[in-house]
Design a protein around this ligand. Sequence first.
Ligand code: DGJ
Length: 626
Amino acid sequence: MEGLPAVYVENCEEAETLTVALRDLQISATIYLQYTVFSNRNVITRNARLENTGNQVIKVDRFMSAVIDLPSCDYDFMHLDGAWIRERHITERPLTKGIQSIDSKRGTSSSQHNPFIALKGKNTNEDSGDVYGFSLVYSGNFIAGVEVDHYETSRIFIGINPFEFQWRLEPNEAFQSPEMVMVYSAEGLNKMSQTFHKLYKERLVRGKWRDRVRPILINNWEATYFNFNEEKLLQIANSANELGIELFVLDDGWFKGRNNDTTSLGDWVVDKAKIPSGLDYLSKKIRENGMDFGIWVEPEMISEQSMLFEKHSDWVLRVQNRPHSHGRNQYILDLTRVEVREYIISSMKNLLNSAEISYVKWDMNRNMTEVGSNNLPAGRQGEVSHRYILGLYEILEELTNCYPDILFESCASGGNRFDPGMLYYMPQTWASDNTDAIERLKIQYGTSIVYPLSTIGAHVSTCPNHQTGRIVDLQTRFHVAMFGAFGYELDATKLTMIEKEEIKDQISFLKRNRHLIMNGTFYRLLSPFQGNDAAWIVVSEDKKNALFAFVRTLAKPNPSFQRVLIKGLDPEVEYCVSGLENKYFGDELMNVGLLLPPFYNGTVKLNHSVFVGDFQSFIIELEANV
Ligand code: DGJ
């Protein structure tokens, strides 16, 4: 689809497309509705295209990607909502008569509401029952909802948000909607999620990194914030290298004058006061030790205090002759302007050519307010938000094509733009600025409703945690973060010898298992939204290996024995279970359950159990006994 991200096929047997053309002879316009049905996936995609074949202008006020009618309203409306540092929490409510919807008006797909809704049958759970999921491949303002009418039928709608939107379609022009992806499952939510995961992993994410396991990284943001110099960076990188970490990521603060968040966005030149030898030297020095080097950028932004603003204050997105607001002390560049897009592309190319860079974290740290462009006439201001996203996609297409070896990770104050549109260009997204493992249980569990583990950026950070002040064992922090695109976000020079040894073990464990985590089938087992415990499992495609994870939030005195029903195993296969001498057949583990190791039993003799106190976790490896 011209200029818009979409799922794709690699050969024509994978899917078939039906195009329905609807002609309006009165105004001389045609709408093409495209339905693509996948042969081996329970997926239908839909997009719409409007062509103006007449000789008058058509003003488009609302143009959905899909509108779908279901004959009943006996469903629960499910979606993923939240806020900064508590993104994508699972929310459900029964459908009622009238219109119920979620949306974003913030210029990004947003952390308030993810561009996804589902309709769940009344008895649907993780493993059984009907569910229809609708996901929009788009990164800007969207709306998704359901209208239940007087005959109790449900009309689902999803597409660009009509709020402040209007598109002037001139004769001989066409308007293309983003793509909607619909997944149906008759086997509950896990199956719906697995269908989304496989599709997005195999046929949305593109390029070399689609099928590659991701490097274990260390990011200096929470270690130093803006306060670092070359020596400190090299010390962190060296310590990380000794632990087995593969990629060092230099976060915000590396460019000229950037000692806090009030300045310098737009000027992508290295700060020699902090990094006197320059980025090329730094990247080479880090590479000498066998690690790769990555860098943070926020190219869509401009600070008032910057050389770029001195030259091009007119490049700011704003409504003319009206006051305009800062967000995190910064303005947004007007990506509807070709010269702005060219500037971003050339400044990024200069940067990426200036050093040995193998990873880019592409950040975006404010929402849009007072959305206007002096590039467009008054009658076209309703086009700005969508044109901005089209401009962003054009930039990303160019840069990701030019640098196919670079691993790109998108970020927007954490998960403010975690959507399928961004995943088309960048195979992973920093899921949240919240690195607290206990908060991450909900964030990652909710994210897994639509998005595969390989796309979910997750890091082990220091304690007390910087967002919540919580203290959680290093083991639990690892057990939660390892089920994602994994890394560390701490000062490796400050680790104790014991922590270093533990991290070395974590890294070698992860290196052995990351292929399984990235490519296996993910099942949610116990929901952190419903109780004190969370559990999940990843099972290899041949069902010979699996990794089971369990996290208990608060300690319970004298708890009962607990079994968890495992999913996804081969019932006929006997499995070795790490930590246990006996072997168990898949059917026993799935129907009777896996008996969990004992937690603290309430006596003073703590040595009965290794799991004492709050926030405890363990991983169990299952391996077919062949
Ligand atoms: C927001 C990101 O989510 C953080 O990880 C960090 O990169 C900061 N921006 C830097 O300003």
